[in-house]
Write a protein that binds this ligand. Structure first.
Ligand code: SAM
Length: 291
């Protein structure tokens, strides 16, 4: 009898093991495919001409102004790494505050654009996930502005946090923004905007068709997890897969990766606290320090 029960148990366990194995394998493959597509979808957009053009401007956002004013001692005359420098929006300002500025981006087109437009500054092609060309504790101040960190998978985001922490000097600062999962107006589907002006209506229809076709391709890659979501939102005509997280979970990711959170800033440039109502903020800026 005992032998029969043990045998049965073994059989059940064996069957159970196999199904867990298949399930894990299947999940890993889905995860891997999604991981690859987030990377390739976003890099394609950021490498395109339109992608570069959409970031050519020199306007600072309100939270960036607040941070630059309040935390001048963190970056003035310091060694700065500007990750995801894009078309040089932040380079334009930071060049006035230090002689030791380096802009990096994983899009070669962005780097080429910056090299042609800021001849006196240093730019290099680098991916935040692999900063192995820099030794430990190389920089005083690292910036990853305008949600640049939101265009890689969750797994790679943690990798990037670890790399950023490694190349930052002890006590050095890391400033970045990330899309707010609590934002009340996340646009997740293309909408046709009607107009009585025929010229405007044609432009709106053409934009809608581009957005519709992009969204059709990308929506299957969306991920909704407890910690974060990857959403094909309206950014760059629905051509991006964007990471969203709420401020509490973002704060936890920071402390898990050896950063101390100093302050958070909303879109209006005012500070946000742990208990603030934050649904008006499409993204939130974080000021953190390596511990
Ligand atoms: C939304 S744009 C912002 C550009 C610029 N920082 C600004 O504030 O105008 C995001 C930038 O991050 C870059 N980026 C995204 N993921 C990156 C990564 N893993 N490593 C380096 N750059 C990355 C993109 O190529 C793009 O230039």
């Amino acid at each position: 009898m005992l032998l029969y029960i043990l045998n049965k148990q073994r059989h059940i366990f064996f069957f159970h093991d196999e199904s867990i194995n298949c399930y894990t394998k299947f999940n890993f493959q889905v995860w891997n495919i999604k991981n690859m597509s987030i990377n390739s979808v976003n890099l394609t957009t950021y490498s395109s001409n339109d992608g570069v053009k959409s970031y050519i401007n020199t306007t600072l956002q309100a939270p960036e102004v607040s941070i630059l004013v309040k935390y001048k001692n963190l970056y003035f005359n310091k060694k700065i790494l500007d990750i995801g420098c894009g078309a040089g929006r932040t380079s334009f300002y930071l060049q006035n505050f230090t002689n030791d500025y380096l802009g990096v981006d994983y899009s070669k087109s962005m780097i080429e654009f910056c090299e042609n437009n800021f001849k006196n500054l240093d730019f290099q092609h680098y991916d935040a996930r692999d900063l192995s060309g820099f030794s430990d504790e190389s920089f005083d101040f690292i910036l990853f502005s305008y949600n640049g960190i939101d265009y890689i998978s969750h797994h790679d985001r943690i990798k990037a946090f670890k790399e950023i922490n490694r190349v930052l000097k002890k006590g050095g600062s890391f400033i970045f923004s990330t899309h707010n999962r609590n934002y009340k107006d996340i646009i997740t589907k293309p909408r046709l905007h009607l107009s009585l002006n025929p010229k405007k209506l044609i432009i709106n229809i053409l934009a809608f068709l581009t957005q519709y076709s992009n969204h059709k391709k990308n929506k299957a890659e969306q991920i909704y997890e407890d910690e974060y979501a990857i959403i094909n939102d309206s950014g760059n005509n629905f051509s991006l897969l964007t990471y969203y997280i709420d401020k509490d979970k973002q704060s936890r990711q920071l402390s898990d990766n050896n950063f101390k959170l100093l302050e958070m800033f909303g879109m209006d440039g005012k500070t946000i606290t742990e208990n603030s109502h934050d649904s008006e903020n499409a993204w939130i800026y974080f000021v953190a320090q390596k511990v």
